[in-house]
Design a protein around this ligand. Structure first.
Ligand SMILES: [Zn+2]
Length: 569
């Protein structure tokens, strides 16, 4: 491409309309993230693709034309457009569509929120505290009935994902008493006297009349999604991986795509409901028109997903060891031997995967706890015996509680990982109290992954809220890169320093690493000739700023397909 444009411009002298770039950035520090991690001064984009990259004078003299928008970077840094391999865009979009979410960092904050809602909510109507994860509360414990009894005239529920809490009124209106049987796989928490303490583990279905989800029109959904994608672009992303879609979500994306209103590229992960008979699941897989790679540069299908276990933030991730006594406080557990929940038996997972693989799907599973990771890798191993899986880019989603053996098995099988370094920062303080530091040695072992040549995609698992630094989970890529580089926790302590990685490697996770998961490294993940004109201009030098400033890096401009989709004003 480069040579062609050179010869063309030589041929046409100074009037090179055919080679005129749409956009040139020059006088900058352009971090290409190519195999040599080369740095260029200037870059040109035409027709959505990179046509030149190199020294200022070369790029300007060969690519500049009358219509070219020329941007003098004034020494600023350019990165390849960033990729968040793991978000839940539509859910996050709608979570703050109608009203702003309150910051809930402690039980006192929750009580304030409930009191405020009680003032404007008619007596007897439900108040639901927006989803909050107990390990991220200052008190590091589940709120109980007593904590939520600050609005006695209202049934109040705290949404902790798999685990909910309810106040006295909520238990009453739902008819939950000491005699209520546990639902299958769930538990009604009890106090020392055997009375319900308000904590409902996998048992929120017992709450009667609570509105779980607001409803939205199609128009509202597409408006909200478009806004959310715009916020991702403003955070520096040019591609996202949406990690759990079904037909209704796909329709919202497709509508925006058809209207040419997608501000960035999206790779969709189809999550099926594995909690059904296998023949029904197989039928659905076989009947589906979707498969990995289907779509175009803006919207395509990526991975096939099964949710294998619960969450580490709520004590349901399926672990190799029990949650122990601290699990009672943090997650309201009653069984000190509880190890979490495996949602899908290995044989069934194998059968589901076999059907999906036959249809050409790349495979993944949500697996946070160590025993879930081991289960998943055993199933991958079984598939590998049928036919080698290397090259199919199957991967562990999350993979929080690794082990040396698991890392070695991933290496042997050619399995990658979609990792959430932000959780090191946010969740280690609580989790280390649960499991002890020794058992946390292989918690997101980023350096070990890289040393073993295991592909690592960076992902936030953003699902609630619009603020990139305070959302659940924060989707600010620079905050997450900072977490990779420092492994600093919210308590200000460095956790497992030996697993820290370099800034360059952290950047690779959010570029080439994520592109590996998407099978798109020929088009994005680095700035090279012929690849997409997807890039982000940032306000400071990511590679040399003091380490604490990494999380403060701000995008100034985001370009997708050679088009400016965000510009800081
Ligand atoms: Zn997720």
């Amino acid at each position: 491409m480069f040579l062609r444009s050179v010869s063309l411009s030589l041929l046409l002298g100074g009037l090179v309309s055919a080679a005129d770039a749409d956009l040139i950035f020059h006088n900058g520090k352009i971090v290409t993230v190519d195999s040599k991690f080369s740095i260029a001064q200037a870059i040109a984009v035409k027709g959505g693709r990179i046509t030149a990259l190199g020294a200022n004078t070369d790029v300007l003299s060969k690519e500049r034309g009358g219509q070219t928008r020329v941007v003098d970077l004034g020494g600023k840094m350019v990165l390849p457009g960033l990729i968040d391999a793991h978000v839940h865009a539509l859910g996050a979009a709608l979570s703050e569509y109608r009203s702003k979410l309150p910051p809930l960092g402690s039980i006192a904050d929750i009580q304030t929120y409930v009191r405020e809602r009680a003032r404007v909510t008619p007596k007897g109507e439900w108040i639901v505290v927006p989803r909050t994860l107990p390990p991220r509360l200052k008190e590091m414990r589940m709120p109980t009935k007593a904590d939520l009894d600050v609005a006695p005239d209202h049934p109040v529920a705290f949404d902790g994902s798999y685990v909910w809490s309810a106040n006295t009124r909520a238990l009453q209106v739902s008819g939950i008493t000491r005699l209520t049987p546990n639902p299958p796989g769930g538990e009604v928490g009890k106090d020392e006297k055997g009375e319900p303490n308000g904590i409902l583990r996998n048992a929120s279905s017992l709450l009667k009349g609570v509105q779980r989800a607001e409803s939205f029109t199609d128009k509202e959904k597409s408006e909200a999604l478009k806004k959310m994608l715009g916020l991702y672009a403003a955070a520096g992303f040019t591609t996202i991986g949406d990690r759990a879609v079904g037909p209704a979500d796909v329709a919202v994306f497709e509508k925006l795509h058809a209207a040419k209103e997608l501000p960035l590229r999206t790779v969709l992960t189809w999550r099926i409901d594995a909690n059904r008979p296998i023949d029904q699941i197989e039928r659905e897989i076989n009947a589906s028109k979707w498969k990995t790679g289907q779509g175009d540069g803006w919207l395509r299908f990526g991975t096939f997903k099964v949710t294998l276990d619960g969450g580490q933030s709520v004590g349901t991730a399926y672990q190799r060891m029990p949650y122990g006594p601290f699990g009672r406080q943090l997650y309201g557990q009653t069984d000190p031997d509880a190890r979490g929940t495996l949602f899908v038996e290995p044989d069934k997972l194998y059968q589901i995967y076999k059907a999906a693989r036959a249809k050409g799907w790349q495979l993944t599973a949500h697996a946070q706890g160590g025993a879930a990771i081991d289960t998943l890798l055993n199933v991958f191993e079984r598939l590998d015996k049928d036919k080698p899986i290397r090259g199919e880019r199957h991967h562990v989603m999350h993979g929080s509680f690794m082990s040396e053996e698991a890392v070695q098995k991933m290496k042997r099988l050619g399995v990658g990982v979609d990792a959430q370094p932000g959780w090191v920062y946010l969740d280690v303080p609580a989790l280390q109290r649960v499991f002890g530091l020794q058992n946390m040695k292989w918690f997101f072992p980023l350096r070990s992954f890289l040393q073993e040549g295991i592909p690592v995609a960076g992902g936030s698992d953003h699902m609630i809220g619009h603020d990139k630094d305070n959302a659940v989970n924060p989707f600010n890529p620079f905050l997450n890169m900072w977490a990779c580089v420092t492994r600093m926790t919210t308590e200000g302590k460095v956790f497992n320093a030996e697993q820290r990685i370099t800034r360059e490697d952290a950047l690779r996770m959010y570029t080439m690493g994520a592109a590996w998961v998407h099978f798109t490294e020929k088009d994005n993940g680095s700035l090279e000739l012929g690849k997409y004109g997807d890039l982000v201009v940032i306000d400071r030098d990511l590679l040399t700023v003091p380490v604490d400033e990494i999380k403060q890096v701000q995008p100034l401009m985001t370009v997708v397909d050679g088009r400016v989709v965000y510009e800081k004003r």
